[in-house]
Unconditional design. Structure first.
Length: 202
């Protein structure tokens, strides 16, 4: 009886370790995962409560059409608070991770890249900009709004806004791609805030 219980316990331990390892690997292999700065600490990040919001839409709700290809195609207003101490610049990236693989093999479309935003900046007005514009998936610098193709599923797409606080300015030129920006950010991220909006064409 004791041997049987020992075997059951050992099996549960092995399964638990396997699940933890799978979850850990899944996190570290995420496409937009960036290495944190060696000067940051979980205590200071928790204390800062870095957050990103929009007066145009609530987190998880629909992005209004004026900010999409069905409207004026201008960027929504954004504001943030709790920028980590020691930040030298901010980077904003907006992308769509729900692009049909038939259209784009990696399933991601880059809508907006801004970098070297002054850390004293706390908001962007609708249609506004700051710092240096990077290139988007349409081959232009600046913002291009949600425009999910209605003939493909899912027809409702997520639009992820990520704001990063960095301990340095990025040595990049205007028009730098999202991949170039993410690469330059490695090891310099003090904190990250995120906001997700939704959009489906009518």
């Amino acid at each position: 009886m004791r041997n049987a219980l020992a075997i059951v316990g050992l099996g549960a331990l092995i399964i638990g370790a396997g699940l933890w390892l799978a979850a850990h690997q899944g996190f570290t292999n995420a496409p937009d995962t960036v290495t944190m700065s060696s000067t940051s600490s979980s205590a200071s990040m928790n204390k800062s409560e870095f957050s990103l919001t929009s007066s145009a839409f609530a987190a998880g709700s629909a992005i209004p059409s004026p900010f999409t290809c069905d409207g004026e195609n201008k960027s929504p207003s954004l504001s943030w608070a709790g920028v980590p101490e020691g930040a030298r610049s901010l980077t904003l990236i907006m992308d769509d991770p729900d692009v049909p693989k038939q259209l784009k093999p990696d399933g991601v479309f880059d809508h907006w890249v801004l970098f070297n935003i002054p850390p004293s900046t706390t908001e962007l007005a609708a249609g506004g900009t700051a710092g240096m514009p990077g290139g988007n998936g349409a081959g232009k610098n600046g913002y291009t709004g949600p425009c999910p193709p209605a003939q493909y599923e899912p027809s409702m797409h997520r639009y992820v806004f990520r704001l990063y606080a960095l301990d340095t300015d990025l040595p990049l030129q205007e028009g730098a791609s999202k991949s170039d920006v993410l690469k330059a950010m490695q090891g310099h991220v003090l904190g990250q805030a995120e906001l997700i909006g939704m959009y489906k064409r009518k």
